[in-house]
Design a protein around this ligand. Sequence first.
Ligand SMILES: [Zn+2]
Ligand SMILES: [Zn+2]
Length: 192
Amino acid sequence: MAPGPRRHGQTRQSQASEAGASRPRLTPYDLAVPAPVDPWTAFLQWLQTIIIPDWNGLIQLLPLLLIVGVVGPGLSLIALYWVFVQVTNRRGKVSVADPEPVVVAQLADGSYDYPANAPYCPTHHLVYPATARECPINSEELVVRCPIDSSVRVASQQLCRTCGTRYQLGAAISPVVVRRRGAPPAGGAAVA
Ligand SMILES: [Zn+2]
Ligand SMILES: [Zn+2]
């Protein structure tokens, strides 16, 4: 080989001749494009990275694995115990819900049979719990019917002006509605 700078074309040609010794009939185009790796070889190399463990890395990870192996099961046991306590505590627990207004059915003559001493909204035909004073739908004042003379007064007014009886709605009874869990018993929905 002659010393000194060689021209590009010469280098290309010498490489081509060297490669041509092992693999004949290689054009300069084949040399310019990198030969693709055999898919099977690539797969084997990739498999090697998975199968053969990196022992140094594993030993460095040992404390972490120890933590995960000890703390993980402990935490899951605690979580399981918590779920167990929640499930067993659920039985017998009473959940109180806000009393809801009851829709009054219309009678055959077109009137509504509102119960006495219960605030109701004459517009929406809803009977509210004794503590309610106005309809939440349109902030309309609720009215109440006197059980003695059936005169209607405003629910916030305690005194019946017809018979002079003073009623304090919701003073003695505080309605407690127990919310049922799950489906009502057979016939329960029909009764309600
Ligand atoms: Zn109303
Ligand atoms: Zn009255």
